[in-house]
Design a protein around this ligand. Structure first.
Ligand code: SAM
Length: 298
């Protein structure tokens, strides 16, 4: 089916199947024919083992991906879309639809089974209600993924791609920069969707780094430190970290001084290198405190 993103075709397909949009599942389907070919091409799916899509809807992006990728595996939660997809993707013999909740599916296993564990590109128009959790899962699980090219709400795009040290940066953007090199590719107006949402969107691409942007002794503690610093944005990072991590303020202040960071700094002014220095400094302190406690008990 060639004209899948043509609004008349979409209406006909949906009406024929008696489909009603679910707001809860973030169902805003693309009706702008220029968006999906660009996303599919820019995803780099042509250069790896294939593409993984989350939420095919009626298959507009899936179809475009099937034209550039060797194989496409698409994960859809809404059972009602399966007969629609069987019809719209009838001529694509390199597409497999998996009916599942992307947050529950074992993605590592799926990529091993479907792509022999080889590197894939992720490309999707994400349901907005799980934008950050899906991206964090894809990054944290260290899957064989080369890049993540996704449509998200404009505000989420700005937040996710904000560079550490910039005002818009938050804990999620710091994590994104740790694992990947993000960029905003292009904006997409709200009128490009059916039904039209209240906000505009943007397509972002996260190119996954082979090694993280900074080296840290304890990765889990590093992310605890980052989250703690952003947990109380109005406070200085020293106060926010002392309050949230439960480490005495003088110890946190000493770690800032040792790293050469101002005690008045706020989370959004800190670079990834500074977060790494703070986490290594505080991690060493925490270890000593824990060892001291153990000795006292013995
Ligand atoms: N790709 C289509 C397009 O661009 O027109 C649809 C995108 S729509 C924004 C999001 C899609 O994700 C819907 O098809 C929805 O049913 C599906 N979805 C929502 N939650 C999901 C989940 N937890 N796991 C898998 N798919 C989900």
């Amino acid at each position: 089916m060639q004209k899948l993103s043509d609004i008349a075709t979409i209406r006909t397909v949906l009406e024929k199947n008696g489909f009603r949009f679910s707001k809860a599942l973030g169902q805003n389907f693309l009706i702008n024919p220029s968006v999906c070919p660009r996303m599919a091409e820019m995803s780099g799916a042509a250069d790896c083992a294939g593409a993984v899509e989350i939420g095919p809807g009626i298959g507009v992006l899936t179809w475009e991906l099937s034209q550039v990728a060797r194989k496409v595996v698409s994960i859809e939660l809404d059972q009602r879309l399966l007969p629609v997809l069987a019809e719209t993707l009838a001529d694509c013999d390199n597409v497999k639809i998996i009916r599942a909740d992307v947050m529950q599916l074992d993605l590592g296993r799926m990529i091993a089974e479907e792509f022999g564990g080889k590197e894939v590109a992720v490309c999707a128009n994400l349901p907005y209600y799980i934008t950050s959790p899906v991206i964090m899962r894809l990054l944290e699980e260290r899957l064989p993924v080369t890049s993540i090219t996704v449509m998200v709400q404009k505000e989420a795009a700005d937040r996710l791609c904000a560079h550490p040290g910039e005002r818009a940066c938050g804990a999620v953007s710091a994590a994104v920069w740790y694992y990947a090199e993000p960029e905003i590719l292009f904006g997409v107006s709200r009128g490009s969707f059916m039904p039209a949402p209240n906000v505009d969107s943007a397509v972002i691409r996260l190119k996954i780094r082979k090694t993280p942007a900074v080296s840290v002794t304890e990765e889990r503690f590093f992310f605890r430190v980052v989250k703690a610093a952003f947990a109380q944005r109005r406070k200085t990072a020293v106060n926010a970290m002392a309050n949230t991590l439960g480490i005495p303020k003088p110890a946190v202040a000493a770690a800032f001084e040792a790293a050469g960071i101002s005690l008045n700094a706020r989370a959004e002014t800190l670079t990834l290198e500074e977060f790494a220095a703070l986490s290594d400094g505080l991690g060493a302190l925490e270890k000593t405190a824990q060892e001291r406690k153990k000795e006292e008990i013995v």
